[in-house]
Ligand binder design. Sequence first.
Ligand SMILES: *Cc1c(COP(=O)(O)O)cnc(C)c1O
Length: 398
Amino acid sequence: MSKVSFNKPFTQQEAIPEDGIARAVEIMRSGRLHRYNLVAGEDNEASLLEQEYATWQEVDYCIAVTSGGYAIQLALRVCGVKPGNKVLANAYTLAPVPGAIHNVGGVPVLVDIDDNYHIDLDDLDAKAASSGAKYLLLSHMRGHIADMDRVTEICASHDITLIEDCAHTMAAKWRGVRSGNFGKVAAFSTQTYKHMNSGEGGFLTTNDPEIAARAIVSSGSYMLYGRHGAVPAEEVFEKVKLISPNYSGRMDHMRAALLRAQLPHIEEKAAHWNARYDLLHRRFSQMKGASIPERKQVEAYVGSSIQFRADGLTREQIPEFIAACNARGAELKWFGDDEPKAFTSRYDSWKYIDDIPHLPNTQKVLANTLDMRIPLTFDEDDCTLIADIIEDELSHYL
Ligand SMILES: *Cc1c(COP(=O)(O)O)cnc(C)c1O
């Protein structure tokens, strides 16, 4: 193959829908950006977004906040994690996950992963027993959903509260149930590189009225929680409002308006992602020197990124292979790198954690795992060209 290159940026997302832009401009003109700054009869974008998201997610309550990482730490707090409490977490995830545990004073108990990027259920069961942890923060990392039937069974058998990090599984399902609806609380991110884009932002969802009330007050509602849309009854707030500290982290009208315009398109976007993902998956599964795990039938994923293994390469060859692909515009990240780079870090680089365990399978799997974003500004021909470049560069090593 001649040295063709690809020249679209991997960090370019689609534009915000025009109705969202128009509404955001209106809000800027009004000067009323704060979610509780309303005049009579005015739409409360943040509350409407919370109602609409709760309805779409099929839960009772949704609280919109400043980021996904904030939603995770708030979720941990309202579930009762106290300083010194152990929190089980899969080791293959992104830095804001252990960061959120650390932020609430929790002690991460890292769990190994299996060959398919899921939490290792046997290690989870063993570490739940040996650590005595009462919380599991399960990150559906890069959209890979573990066997949720067994996860919930294991949690029930050890009396563990499950908190789901759905930063990569908004709109994904397990056995027809939306990701995020398996635990006590779920956290979502609307940061630019996730499934909806408000620059920064996140949601906390739950069906538990008391947890919802505590999350609303703690997200910084002052005593204006009555201006939220999907809220529990006043008596629930009466119970919790004076014992819930204000950890200020509200979403504003503008971001909410941008997200309200995107929510109606999310299923359509998921289908676009999967058309690209499935094409790339097919290519990687046929590519010499590469392999990719099959996806389970009961999992309805949203393929906004793809992970494959460069089996044909030695550890020493991986950085030069990545550099060669990157030089031709096919941007890959390496989860096995000893040094954290950009968004990607391996669990043993989180040095603030005491007693980082050795997790043999996480080490083995990440050693040759390469990661690629799939922005929707790429079409299927772009994905074919990217796969061609990667295949060509891999062929030099075979
Ligand atoms: C992005 C991300 C988060 C945090 O979301 P932010 O909105 O960036 O704070 C949490 N977990 C995972 C797995 C993520 O990818």
